[in-house]
Design a protein around this ligand. Structure first.
Ligand code: CMC
Length: 379
């Protein structure tokens, strides 16, 4: 193995071929299912983006109706999932723990006689996650869960199950734009996790469960809640530059900035900030203005400190601003990322299975090789 190159973080390793999305990190461009991001995100409903990723083309109107109808019966949670979510909500666990439970328990919703079947499991996982997250949220707030409605689409159902109120068209479109923007993004950590799991010929529900675990970390999906906390703290403090400099001086990373692949502003930031702006009219506009000021100040402050390493806004910064505008609680930002990305995870699973080879890289051994056993009483 000595001729293999050790690449921590696998930054320079090509580990899959995919037709799902491609990123140009130098130009700041993202193409999903063949569409430039802005084209897809401003037009597609989540179901259309999902169909596109799973089938490599857009559905006809009839196919779309059928696709929506086939997702619908998988939305309702099993009694077992509900009981587990009730317990996790009572314990005060975080929403990503609830989402992981929702993912793992998705097998309970596929029916007792059913064998795992990749596409059906993908459908079940996609349909179950929003219900699980919304149910957890209601229970965490001492409220009873709200069942999904047959007449509402995926995005609208999620908002409805959170509040019990039918969302406005603007809220639904705002959420659709978010869900379509983050649905897939190359071989990110959670997607890679899903592909590794399914490559062992495990099942899609297991792959989604592992992917939720990978998404939970703040270096991946866990940043947008802290971004909003940061914006609130800066609003209280009053001086963005001083606040941001203090954080960096104490060795902290600024949430919502920097990216493994992008060397320029993440193209998703432009799409999300454009979608967010409409929610910040009149007295709310001060918040949007603050976000823009914090962005430009942070980019300047980071440029001073990390000369040579371009650190710009990533997807999470305007995710926080948009989801706040749509009315998603900040505690659910990371879980809502999962509600979208499950579309990409499942599409990657299906793609991996088309031409599978178990993912099994090598490691370089740096441990001892010549130890002699010492009996426990002599150690
Ligand atoms: N604030 C302060 N310094 C930073 C930041 C940041 N947000 N991001 C990177 N740096 C520094 C880092 O400390 C390092 O400095 P040094 O060489 O002096 O140690 C230098 O910039 C290079 O960073 P890196 O560690 O090579 O970057 P990476 O590719 O390993 O990490 C990242 C990418 C996203 C994990 C990182 O930028 C980060 O921690 N950002 C904050 C958390 C965040 O916003 N996460 C959401 C990621 S986007 C969602 C997704 O696509 O999953």
């Amino acid at each position: 193995d000595t001729d293999l190159t050790f690449d921590p973080g696998l930054e320079h390793v090509l580990a899959a071929e995919t037709r799902l999305s491609t990123i140009d990190g130098e130009a700041g461009e993202l193409v999903i299912g063949g569409f430039p991001l802005a084209e897809l995100a401003s037009n597609a409903t989540y179901e259309e983006a999902l169909y596109l990723l799973w089938n490599d083309r857009l559905p006809t109107s009839e196919e779309l109706d059928d696709f929506r109808a086939s997702l619908q019966p998988h939305r309702e949670l099993s009694g077992g999932t509900l009981a587990a979510l009730r317990e996790t909500a009572e314990r005060g666990d975080d929403a990503m723990d609830a989402e992981r439970i929702g993912a793992a328990c998705a097998t309970l919703a596929r029916g007792s006689d059913a064998e795992p079947e990749p596409k059906r499991d993908a459908m079940v996982a996609v349909a179950q996650l929003p219900t699980a997250v919304a149910t957890y949220w209601r229970l965490s707030n001492g409220e009873e869960p709200i069942e999904p409605r047959d007449d509402l689409r995926h995005a609208a159902n999620y908002l409805y199950m959170l509040t019990g109120e039918e969302p406005t068209d603007e809220q639904v479109r705002g959420l659709e734009t978010y869900l379509c923007t983050v649905v897939d993004h190359g071989l990110n950590a959670s997607t890679f996790t899903a592909r590794v799991i399914v490559s062992t010929q495990s099942d899609v529900v297991s792959a989604v469960t592992g992917a939720v675990g990978a998404l939970k970390g703040p270096l991946h999906g866990g940043a947008p809640g802290p971004v909003l906390d940061m914006l609130d703290a800066i609003a209280d403090h009053g001086d963005p530059e001083e606040w941001l400099t203090d954080r960096l001086d104490s060795g902290e990373r600024l949430m919502g900035f920097g990216h493994r692949v992008y060397r320029v502003r993440d193209p998703r930031a432009a799409v999300l900030s454009a979608a967010a702006e409409q929610f910040y009219a009149d007295e709310e506009s001060a918040f949007f203005d603050l976000a823009k000021e914090v962005e430009s100040t942070a980019v300047d402050v980071l440029a001073e400190r990390k000369a040579g390493r371009s650190l710009e806004t990533n997807v999470e910064f305007y995710t926080a601003v948009l989801l706040r505008g749509v009315g998603v609680p900040r505690e659910l930002f990371a879980a809502t990322f999962g509600v979208s990305r499950v579309g990409g995870w499942t599409a990657h699973c299906l793609e991996q299975l088309e031409d599978n080879r178990i993912v099994r890289p090598r490691s370089r051994y740096v441990g001892e090789t010549d130890r002699s056993w010492v009996p426990v009483e002599e150690r």
